[in-house]
Design a protein around this ligand. Structure first.
Ligand SMILES: Cc1cc2nc3c(=O)[nH]c(=O)nc-3n(C[C@H](O)[C@H](O)[C@H](O)COP(=O)(O)O)c2cc1C
Length: 219
């Protein structure tokens, strides 16, 4: 392995990966975070992980969703995606969360999901999960880092191991350069502004790799 590979955390080409279970848990109102979740799935599968893509339960009243075309379309597009459960988290060695920024915070739907994991937490089942977060926002400085920090605050209470991308690969610079986790700006038409597909896949691979180190270390 060359010096640059070491600096950017590249694995050796012939390195075999033990099987890591990864849950990608997302909330999405207009499809962005669903797309980020699917890219994470691709990246993690390419890294040899067993992957489940899961949504959190919708909490908004039907009457509100009905009046919003993009929201209705996302509900339809994700209707066959299973709702995440505590059992899924117990199964997972690693979890990637993907959430839109809501007033500089995670959406209540994701907060509710975290808040109903008290039983899992009380039984020590959240300890040593390797976790990482992704987000989107309408503005380039609309609170992305704050959203990820809100998620990571809860993860510290879980005893989880937070695996951020940092600047571990050149692809991060091209995607907007958020070391807290991949984040993307979404324009008025709901289109992603930065090209973050590579950064998401790198983050997924890195999360799987770190989970693999943790799993091997525990054996
Ligand atoms: C209630 C609400 C609050 C929002 N707050 C912010 C915000 O603080 N900063 C920002 O840039 N965008 C904000 N947005 C825009 C969303 O972050 C953006 O629509 C979202 O990232 C798109 O993700 P999705 O397609 O997965 O739903 C807000 C949107 C809503 C509906």
């Amino acid at each position: 392995m060359g010096l640059l590979d070491k600096l950017f955390g590249k694995t050796k080409e012939n390195e075999t990966m033990s099987n890591v279970n990864l849950a990608v848990v997302f909330y999405s109102m207009s499809g962005t975070n669903y797309q980020l979740a699917k890219w994470a799935e691709e990246g993690a599968k390419a890294a040899g992980a067993e992957v489940k893509v899961l949504k959190v339960e919708e909490l908004a009243p039907e009457s509100v969703i009905e009046g919003n075309e993009a929201w209705k379309n996302t509900v339809e597009a994700t209707k066959d995606v299973p709702v995440a459960t505590s059992d899924d988290l117990e199964w997972a060695d690693a979890i990637i969360f993907s959430v839109p920024t809501r007033f500089g915070n995670m959406p209540s739907q994701m907060k509710q999901f975290l808040d109903i994991q008290g039983g899992l937490w009380a039984n020590g089942k959240t300890i040593n999960k390797v976790v990482s977060g992704m987000t989107s926002a309408q503005n380039p400085h609309g609170g992305q880092e704050a959203t990820l920090l809100s998620l990571y605050t809860s993860m510290m209470h879980w005893g989880a191991i937070i695996a951020t991308p940092g600047y571990t690969d050149p692809v991060i610079f091209g995607s907007g350069g958020n070391p807290y986790g991949t984040s993307v700006t979404v324009d008025q038409d709901g289109k992603m502004v930065e090209d973050v597909e590579g950064a998401v896949k790198h983050q997924a691979k890195r999360t799987v790799t770190i989970a693999e180190y943790v799993k091997k270390g525990q054996q």
